[in-house]
Design a protein around this ligand. Structure first.
Ligand code: SAM
Ligand code: DTB
Ligand code: SF4
Length: 363
């Protein structure tokens, strides 16, 4: 394992950004291999449990009530709808189910329903993650007691640039919630968005802040801005994929044992760019055709990508240590899921050597 550091200076991080691309990639991939199976990628599926009309003014977000993006206001989803989606996600191969709400913070009235979602989704054998906005100490404790594994709360950018993106809360508010999450004993999922018009110094500031968290966040989602019409960021210049990959590589070097997630924006990355991102150290993705309100590559497309690259999807049952029942899996694939009724089934039937993951993802 690589030594973990929490005191990276901005000059040291700048020096990594300044490396020739091949040197940076070689270094990041070396760190990656020292700490992970380089062909293993964790897959999470997202569900928006409460969509739209958020009081916050995050300039990138289609769900902010400050902008007209055509989203209709929705109530908190009922538990049965959440469980339906969670079961589908598990069947399709996700190991973690991430539930997101367009809230500044959850109200006391919302908490019982949210806690119930955590308990019920966990009972399906999935890891659980929620992103609900700012948390008070008691709320973080209640989520942890219900069995929530991860809490997502992104820092989004540097402290310096933050005020240009969001005015309704502060960077310090964000850090305070992460502190509560840690204190309650949950794992932290925190990262940012690239392509919001930030300088390289802001990317450095974000990564430096993330890498100063002790221990490092278990999960670091790096999102490429999804430019949604109606938001103030809809016409920003497209982020160059190689610049995005550079950020992934530096994140891998700074936080050697964290899962770095190639998050929103994958629809804009072709197969080659995604392959390089995995080489640079990304080892987690959002899987399923929808993020919260915007699109994501189709599951079938990701399965093809994983097959092509020889990537193994870390699965729910894997993480629970269950044994694979290939007959049951084949039954699931043939009867329940149109997604797999082509090459995947042929592979399971015809080949002893087909790498069938316990989750049902055939690659
Ligand atoms: N309201 C909660 C919050 O802000 O923490 C949870 C939901 S919010 C949609 C979760 C994260 O999604 C944000 O922190 C941001 O990083 C990401 N996000 C939102 N809109 C995005 C966009 N257009 N492109 C990329 N990432 C986005
Ligand atoms: C994260 O870092 N990215 C996800 C998740 N955490 C909650 C959200 C991406 C949202 C993209 C815009 C949308 O679909 O609404
Ligand atoms: Fe609300 Fe979260 Fe969107 Fe900001 S990012 S507007 S807090 S849903």
């Amino acid at each position: 394992m690589t030594e973990q550091r929490f005191d990276w200076s901005s000059e040291e991080i700048q020096a990594l950004f300044d490396l020739p691309f091949n040197d940076l990639l070689f270094r990041a991939h070396t760190v990656h291999r020292q700490n992970f199976d380089a062909n293993d990628v964790q897959v999470s599926t997202l569900l928006s449990i409460k969509t739209g009309s958020c009081p916050e003014d995050c300039k990138y977000c289609p769900q902010s009530a400050h902008y007209n993006t055509g989203l209709s206001k929705e109530k908190l989803l009922e538990i049965n709808k959440v469980l339906e989606q969670a079961k589908e996600a598990k069947k399709a191969g996700a190991s973690r189910f991430c539930m997101g709400a367009a809230w500044r913070s959850p109200t006391e009235r919302d908490m019982p329903a949210v806690l119930n979602m955590v308990r019920e989704v966990k009972a399906l054998g999935l890891e659980t993650c929620m992103t609900l906005g700012m948390l008070k100490e008691e709320q973080a404790e209640a989520l942890a007691d219900a069995g929530l594994d991860y809490y997502n709360h992104n820092l989004d950018t540097s402290a310096e640039f933050y005020g240009e993106i969001i005015t309704t809360r502060t960077y310090a508010d964000r850090l305070a919630t992460l502190e509560q999450v840690r204190k309650a004993g949950m794992k932290i999922c925190t990262g940012g968005i690239l392509g919001m018009g930030e300088q390289v110094s802001d990317r450095i500031g974000l990564l430096q802040q993330l890498a100063s968290l002790q221990p490092h966040p278990e999960s670091v989602p790096l999102n490429m801005l999804v430019k949604v019409p109606g938001t103030p960021m809809e016409n920003l210049e497209e982020l160059e994929p190689l610049e995005f990959i550079r950020v992934i590589a530096v994140a891998r070097i700074l936080m050697p044992t964290s899962r770095v997630r190639l998050s929103a924006g994958r629809e804009k990355l072709d197969t080659t760019a995604q392959a390089i991102a995995f080489f640079a150290g990304a080892n987690s993705i959002f899987y399923g055709d929808k993020l919260l309100t915007t699109g994501n590559p189709e599951a079938q497309q990701d399965q093809a990508l994983f097959r092509q690259l020889g990537i193994n999807a870390q699965s729910a049952s894997n993480s629970l240590g269950e044994v694979v029942d290939e007959a049951a899996l084949l039954e699931t694939l043939t009867t329940n899921n149109a997604l797999y009724q082509d090459a995947a089934i042929t592979r399971v039937r015809s080949s002893q050597s087909a790498r069938v993951k316990p989750c049902g993802m055939v690659i």
